[in-house]
Design a protein around this ligand. Structure first.
Ligand code: SF4
Ligand code: WCC
Ligand code: FE2
Length: 627
């Protein structure tokens, strides 16, 4: 066993780009060159275009916009709008899931696969569950969840999962999110021309809007996806482009909402569809994922992961992709023109993400089965249009064990507890490992790829460094896929760990980096951190636990960062959040917020140093606890 190297990833990409050149395809690699250098004003966050007196840019000669707003106000407003975009996006994904739950019925397209979890949440929300039909309960719960988006009074229900100490901090700093939509609206209102220009106020609302995502919309997305599609358990799968099959119909699913991808997976297994594929010369149908859609179906079904964000063009460049089926978020509009250079069908399905040069098949919870069947059929029938001379699938893949929901992690920890004769079903074994120093701590690594960083290199380099230092790594989003493609989710990767982590991996039978799911599933990490805090009696901020997004790019990532910091977890970024043009914004994000939530951001573009800083912070926290 050995890891796949970054150089091998890159050689595979180079080879695919050659095919691209043959057919005159554009690529992100080429577009990055065309866009470089980027606009400095934008990079530093000091360009304002929120009214038509502008756009205004801050320079030495022009230190204020026409309305008189300075660099701090402009960078602050930009940061808050960026957060609002992310919070709206994640939360709307969560809302769609609530609607899917509302449409669930015993004989409809969607069923409740984890009734036990639904009951658990219903009790948590104070509902009477005794003798109630599970579908009646599902509908009642989905209505309550949907009200969280617009309720006129009160704060988010999920906050009650947080430790007492954290809740007090939130109350004191006015960070408890009210209705989810309201926090996004307030953010838009505050950043309108002539409203807030004070960094402190803008940062405060940025944290609260982030909270409405992580402790609101995203948590709805995660929890009700589990109710509908099953709570993930450890499952084996494979990752990298080599999961695509030359002799099969390859359907790539990309985006976020499992309501679509689950259905596509179902119909790809339909005997009628398989028979059709065989009649057209294929040996079967292979579904593989990209981005968070991939994480969702890998976690619940073991569907292989073709790649992450910056690999989305590569799947088409294999020449063996019959259809790339997308819903929302992180989808390159480039897939339209690119798919036209091949036989690939680029199928968009959501009114939220409509793109030129795609086939739009509107997907809807009520007609989901028919829609999915139509899409799968379209892909299968497209097999005969493959241009054989363009087909090249890099023969590169790794085994991975994924599916580590909080429930699955606790289940795995029971393996450790049993070995030590301890109680089962708690985070205590993990805490014991941390206290004794067998594990030094944990890092939650998340986020995208970004051409500003050599793709995947920061993720993989940091993970290797951390596990070697006996730090357990939990992952979500495209970071998780980087790990899986490299081989770090293969249980045999335990040999790359320090002795302590290696022993934990053996006792619990886990890989050294744990796949916790998609980006909305970072809410799982908040639940885990809260459990650790409650079980240990320590504030979250005192636990040797940090967050990291070394290659992030999206608005959603900033929203996430804000709720992770607001939960008391120091967060380390490898890409600048475009506020460097304002010393005050830099102060508030890297220091000021610590007074409210006992955590803050660190930005460090040198990846080696970023890793050292995380380890140092973990050791600092240990020293403060005297462990
Ligand atoms: Fe310029 Fe002020 Fe208008 Fe922004 S709000 S564009 S800084 S005048
Ligand atoms: Ni989440 Fe980032 Fe991937 Fe998209 S799928 S690219 S936001 S990490
Ligand atoms: Fe995502």
């Amino acid at each position: 066993f050995r890891l796949t190297t970054i150089e091998e990833f890159e050689q595979a990409t180079e080879r695919l780009l050659e095919t691209g050149q043959k057919v005159g395809a554009d690529s992100w690699q080429a577009r990055v060159k065309n866009q470089t250098p980027h606009c400095k004003f934008g990079e530093e966050g000091i360009c304002c275009r929120i009214c038509t007196m502008g756009p205004c840019r801050i320079t030495k000669k022009a230190p204020r916009g026409i309305c008189g707003c300075d660099a701090h106000g402009i960078a602050g407003r930009n940061f808050l709008r960026f957060t609002a975009g992310g919070a709206a996006t994640h939360s709307d994904h969560g809302r769609e899931i609530c609607h899917t739950l509302h449409a669930a019925s015993p004989d409809g397209n969607y069923q409740v696969k984890d009734p036990e979890k639904l009951m658990r949440i219903a009790k948590e929300w104070g509902l009477e569950t005794e003798g109630k039909d599970i579908y009646d309960l599902a509908h009642e719960m989905s209505e309550l969840a949907l009200l969280e988006y617009g309720k006129p009074f009160g704060v988010q229900r999920w906050l009650s999962r947080a430790p007492e100490h954290t809740r007090k901090l939130w109350q004191a700093a006015e960070l408890e999110p009210r209705a989810i939509d309201r926090e996004v609206s307030t953010a838009m209102h505050m950043t309108h021309m002539g409203c807030s220009s004070k960094p402190e106020a803008l940062v405060r609302q940025a944290l609260r809007a982030g909270m409405s995502d992580g402790w609101g919309g995203s948590m709805c997305g995660t929890e009700f996806s589990d109710v509908l599609f099953g709570t993930p358990k450890a499952v084996d799968t494979e990752a990298n482009l080599g999961v695509m099959k030359e002799d099969q119909v390859n359907i790539i699913i990309h985006g976020h909402d499992p309501s679509l991808s689950e259905m596509i997976c179902e119909y790809a297994e339909d005997p009628e569809m398989i028979a059709l594929a065989k009649s057209l010369g294929a040996t079967g149908i292979q579904v593989a994922g990209v981005c968070c859609t991939s994480n969702e179906v890998a976690m619940r079904r073991g569907v292989p992961m073709a790649g992450n964000f910056l690999q989305q063009e590569n799947v088409v460049l294999t020449g063996a992709c019959e259809a790339i089926v997308v819903d929302v978020q992180c989808i390159f509009p480039a897939l339209g023109p690119l798919s036209k250079c091949f036989h690939t069908k680029f199928i968009t399905t959501s009114p939220i993400a409509q793109m030129p040069d795609s086939d739009f098949i509107r997907f809807n919870a009520k007609t989901a089965g028919e829609n999915a069947k139509q899409i799968v059929r379209m892909a299968v029938e497209n097999f005969v249009n493959r241009k054989q001379d363009l087909v090249h699938i890099p023969q590169m893949k790794q085994k991975a064990t994924v599916g580590y929901s909080v429930e699955a992690i606790i289940h795995a920890l029971d393996g450790v507890a049993a070995g030590q004769g301890e109680a089962l079903g708690t985070t205590k074994p993990l805490l014991d490992c941390i206290t004794s120093g067998v594990l030094r701590g944990a890092v939650a690594m998340v986020g995208c790829n970004n051409p500003r960083v050599r793709p995947d290199s920061a993720h993989i380099k940091l993970m290797k460094k951390l596990i070697k230092n006996d730090i357990l790594v939990i992952l979500s989003g495209c970071s998780a896929q980087a790990a899986a493609r490299a081989g770090l989710m293969d249980k045999r990767a335990k040999d790359l760990c320090g002795d302590g982590l290696k022993r934990v991996c053996e006792l619990a039978d886990i890989p050294p980096v744990l796949h916790m799911g998609s980006c909305v599933d970072i809410s799982r990490m908040m639940v885990l951190a809260s459990k650790l805090s409650i079980d240990s009696g320590l504030p979250v901020s005192k636990l040797p636990l940090v967050g990291c997004a070394p290659e992030w790019m999206s608005e959603k990532a900033v929203s996430i960062g804000n709720y992770v910091v607001a939960t008391g977890i120091d967060t380390f970024l490898g890409v600048d959040p475009q506020v460097s043009g304002s010393s005050e914004m830099v102060y508030w994000l890297t220091e000021g917020v610590r007074d409210w939530v006992e955590a803050s951001y660190t930005v460090e573009k040198d990846i080696e140093k970023l890793g050292d800083a995380m380890i140092a912070r973990i050791e600092e926290k240990r020293a403060a606890l005297g462990i």
